[in-house]
Design a protein around this ligand. Structure first.
Ligand code: C2E
Ligand code: CA
Ligand code: CA
Ligand code: CA
Length: 279
């Protein structure tokens, strides 16, 4: 029994060592890419129901090539957050998004806004607003073409900071949107008292609504409430025609999901936006 126990511990140690090693490699890679500003940005088009075209897009970070192969956001974003690297990474991302927006606008490719994800830690930086304004103005990008997405959990964690930042951004015409709504953190009273422009229903809400009529009814009414309060509602994670029909029936204003398009590199995104017809 003793040796078996020891064996288990050794195995455990080895697995843990492997995990730690991978983490160390990811941290090293993130630092390198930050230094060289070499992250790749992908863009996922967002369909406007009202305008019948792709008026927006979300920027999503990618590490397609690294010494340990591709690394996905679900793995590297939490590590970037834990190490604090996310703060500077976000500024690099915002700068890249501004440049891409400038390129699209120069070519007269119609796009209203590109969305940038902000992590909770961003909101504990006293110079956040100043840095954001500085990056956008340095690029001469129209302020109204940037939308900052922050999640429900960020809002719950830093209500005061998020509220102040939102008001400050709105003064400058920068848009603000609540992300991941329905993942379980929001106090609805807090949500409705902050004047951000859009609420994005998390994909889990869309998916559960397909399977459960009560959920569908609840989400439909939620979506209606947000709209009555003057916010635009976005549905994400729409993968099928049935899901698309369902969220259109909910009355959502914008749709994001694999049904229309997966996140893609800049060049493909440019081509996508130039197409005249979409599915
Ligand atoms: P998110 O902000 O909720 O972004 C939406 C995620 O859902 C993206 O995953 C997107 O590729 C995926 N998605 C979109 N449509 C569909 C669909 O129809 N079906 C399915 N199954 N998935 C869909 P991705 O790109 O892997 O990013 C994961 C998360 O990583 C993001 O979730 C966001 O929280 C974080 N993230 C990505 N890029 C950045 C970034 O630049 N900064 C920060 N702070 N976080 C980022
Ligand atoms: Ca997002
Ligand atoms: Ca989400
Ligand atoms: Ca998220």
């Amino acid at each position: 029994a003793k040796s078996g126990k020891c064996g288990a511990i050794c195995y455990c140690d080895r697995a843990m060592m492997k995990k730690l090693e991978r983490r160390t490699q990811i941290v090293r890679n993130l630092k390198e890419q930050l230094e060289q500003q070499s992250f790749e940005m992908y863009y996922q088009p967002i369909y406007s129901v009202e305008k019948s075209c792709f008026a927006h897009a979300e920027s999503l970070m990618r590490i397609p090539h690294s010494p340990i192969g591709p690394i996905y956001p679900d793995e590297f974003i939490p590590i970037a957050e834990e190490t604090g690297l996310i703060v500077d990474i976000t500024y690099v991302v915002l700068d890249k998004v501004c440049r891409f927006l400038n390129l699209l606008l120069e070519k007269e490719i119609p796009i209203e806004s590109i969305h940038v994800n902000f992590s909770a830690m961003q909101f504990s930086q006293p110079d956040l607003a100043q840095r954001v304004l500085e990056i956008i103005s340095r690029n001469h990008t129209p302020m109204s073409a940037i939308k900052i997405e922050f999640t429900e959990s960020t809002l719950a964690e830093s209500t005061q900071a998020v509220t102040e930042f939102t008001l400050r951004m709105l003064e400058h015409g920068i848009k603000m949107g609540l992300d991941d709504f329905g993942t379980g953190y929001s106090n609805i009273a807090t949500v409705i008292n902050i004047p951000f422009g859009t609420v994005k229903l998390d994909k889990s809400l869309v998916w559960v609504s397909m399977e459960n009529e009560k959920s569908a009814l609840a989400v439909k009414n939620l979506s209606r409430t947000f709209k009555e309060l003057g916010m635009k509602v976005v549905a994400e994670g729409v993968e099928t025609e049935e899901q698309r029909k369902l969220v259109v029936d909910f009355g959502v204003d914008q749709i994001q999901g694999y049904f229309y398009a997966k996140p893609m590199p800049e060049g493909e995104m440019e081509e996508f936006m130039l197409r005249r017809e979409w599915p």
